[in-house]
Write a protein of this length. Structure first.
Length: 140
């Protein structure tokens, strides 16, 4: 009787162990094509003070299948096409291709956008260190 209880306990624990290995996590984000409708529109950062042409607002424009961002001084205007996004909580990860001054296949660009509310977001361009682009934006 005692051996039977131990055997049943071992079998039950092994079943629980192996069934946990094959569970799909519900927090996995699905990949969607285009850009999220909640982010569509024009956005601008707060005023960036500097000297000469290095002062003003950074701008961000999000449309159906592309994202365009413009640095404070207007020299670095880039557009990302063929976008895909995934959402995890309030954070959107958008990946696409930049074809401006790039090879025929484009350069892969990624960005993260955290939504604070319907008119305020935080935009971060991944893989690049840019103080004038990585900041809070408001709708205008």
């Amino acid at each position: 009787m005692k051996i039977r209880k131990i055997f049943v306990g071992v079998i039950a624990s092994l079943l629980l162990l192996f069934s946990g290995m094959f569970l799909v996590h519900s927090t996995q984000a699905a990949v969607h094509y285009g850009t999220p409708a909640a982010l569509h529109g024009k956005w601008k950062s707060s005023y960036i003070s500097g000297s000469g042409r290095f002062k003003g607002h950074s701008t961000l424009s999000i449309r159906g299948h592309h994202v365009t961002y413009n640095d404070v001084h207007g020299i670095r205007r880039e557009s990302i096409f063929k976008t895909k996004y995934s959402k995890s909580g309030r954070i959107y990860t958008i990946v696409g291709r930049m074809y401006d001054n790039a090879p025929a296949s484009g350069i892969k660009k990624a960005m993260k956008i955290k939504v604070y509310n319907h008119h305020k977001i935080y935009f971060k361009l991944l893989g690049q260190h840019s103080h004038s682009l990585n900041r809070v934006y408001t709708r205008y």
